[in-house]
Design a protein around this ligand. Structure first.
Ligand code: ADP
Ligand code: ASP
Ligand code: MG
Length: 414
């Protein structure tokens, strides 16, 4: 008997009927004698709807007000769920991020949790309540409402699990665990029994939105075992996100991340400090740069290409044009609508055949790679967005379907 944190995403809380499933999970934990903290998202596509409404009102929405607006979705869910629990005879209380409070920094739209004051939650648990917490939202030290970035309710749940020293954190969603690729894009996916924190972090950062990447960072730091399960599949054992992966697969997954732009700065002087100055200008303006490729510095000038999120493109071009003389380059070009396709797996760097296999799948599908980047546990390539789904499908087939076909044929021979 201890504290458990259960998190339910937007599709799991979308309707009254779906909330009944949520209540069944809560009751099952209560029956085991556990104290239950539930973190919920906004219902269904509420956050998308709020963002669409905002776009009708303002061309460049003020970020502080954006957070005030989009944080409202979660407040509706906590009240409804708490009411339904009370109607069924449970003691329950809803809490917003600022009532707890969950204190964040003041980076509107993408804030990070600094600390959580957990006394209020502990008091309510002690007096027998199910505590229903609004995910995704917090409060800055100046009192402003903040949000944790899209998908941030996962992070609320894991941060609470760490703060309350919970026995476990179950992330209930609309799929039955973490798969080798997005089951909504690839049909032949395999469910992973387990995945390591490091691999999951890469998968999440490379576009697998099943978990918010920051929640995995926190889980890793505090060694909190996370279980990704389906709200609607009974007795789902899901996927365990843990320290060491117990699966023995060549790679753990194939992911894609869309809406990427590439900027190429042409003819920048090949002198010490020029590259630094270019990226300093970008970081000073809060522009996140991802893949970087620099041409050989054998001549008097060099070219530098880098990728950014597509919604930072206009701002980045404007800044670079303003700083043209200071940075001393000849020209800039840009490409839009690119996607980053990645394979993730522990020890990829020590398996030389893995990169070849990925590139072969792209070659066989006639897909051009614009940039490549590698790390200890991932290889990413940049492709045109209209090729991204075929790219992940063909790469996935290369690594997994062949194995599945072999095991099926063995099965039939027996
Ligand atoms: P929730 O609303 O419960 O937070 P999300 O929509 O954020 O759910 O995340 C679940 C979705 O993540 C799934 O519906 C699935 O399409 C997507 N997804 C992407 N990559 C993967 C993957 N490798 N394994 C499982 N789901 C994935
Ligand atoms: N409601 C927020 C979103 O849609 C947070 C979440 O669902 O985790 O991004
Ligand atoms: Mg989510």
């Amino acid at each position: 008997m201890g504290i458990v944190v259960l998190k339910f995403g937007g599709s799991s809380v979308a309707t009254r009927e779906k909330l009944e499933h949520v209540i069944a999970h809560i009751e099952s934990e209560k029956k085991k004698g556990n104290e239950v903290v539930v973190v919920v998202s906004a219902q269904g596509k509420t956050t998308d709807r709020l963002i669409a409404e905002e776009a009708e009102i303002s061309k460049e929405p003020d970020k502080r007000e954006h957070d005030v607006l989009v944080s409202t979705g979660e407040q509706v869910t906590i009240a409804k769920l708490a009411m339904m629990l009370i109607d069924r005879g449970h003691k329950a209380v809803s809490l917003t991020g600022w009532q707890i409070p969950i204190i964040t920094n003041c980076e509107y739209t993408n804030s990070k949790i600094r600390y959580i004051k957990n006394e209020t939650i502990l008091d309510y648990l002690e007096s027998g309540n199910v505590v229903v917490v609004a995910g995704f939202q917090g409060v800055a030290e100046n009192g402003d409402i903040t949000t944790l970035g899209r998908g941030g309710s996962d992070t609320t749940a894991v941060a609470l699990a760490a703060s309350l020293k919970a026995d476990k954190c179950d992330i209930y969603t609309d799929v039955d665990g973490v798969y080798t690729s997005d089951p909504r894009v690839i049909s032949e996916v395999k469910k992973l029994k387990s995945i390591s924190y490091d691999e999951m972090l890469e998968m999440a950062s490379m576009g697998a939105k099943v978990l918010h990447n920051r929640c995995v960072e926190i889980a890793k730091k505090y060694e909190i075992p996370l279980y990704v399960k389906s709200t609607f599949v009974e007795h789902s054992d899901g996927t365990a996100v843990i320290k060491e992966n117990i699966e023995d697969l060549e790679i753990s997954g194939v992911t894609k991340d869309d809406y990427i732009s590439r900027i190429t700065v042409i003819g920048i002087k090949n002198e010490i400090g020029k590259t630094f100055k270019l990226f300093k200008v970008l970081s000073d303006n809060q522009i996140n740069v991802d893949v970087i490729v620099q041409s050989f510095g054998e001549y008097t000038v060099k070219d530098i290409a880098f990728t950014i999120k597509m919604n930072d493109l206009q701002k980045t071009l404007k800044i670079l044009k303003e700083k043209k003389t200071e940075l001393g380059y000849k020209d800039i070009t840009h490409t839009e609508n690119l996607s980053k396709v990645s394979i993730v797996g522990a020890g990829i760097a020590n398996k030389p055949g893995v990169a070849t296999k990925m590139f072969e799948a792209l070659y066989e599908s006639n897909i051009n790679m614009h940039m490549i980047s590698t790390s200890e546990i991932k290889i990413s390539v940049l492709v045109d967005s209209n090729n991204a789904n075929s790219a992940i499908r063909e790469i996935h087939r290369k690594f997994f379907v062949w194995d599945m076909e072999i095991s099926m044929s063995l099965f039939w021979h027996f």
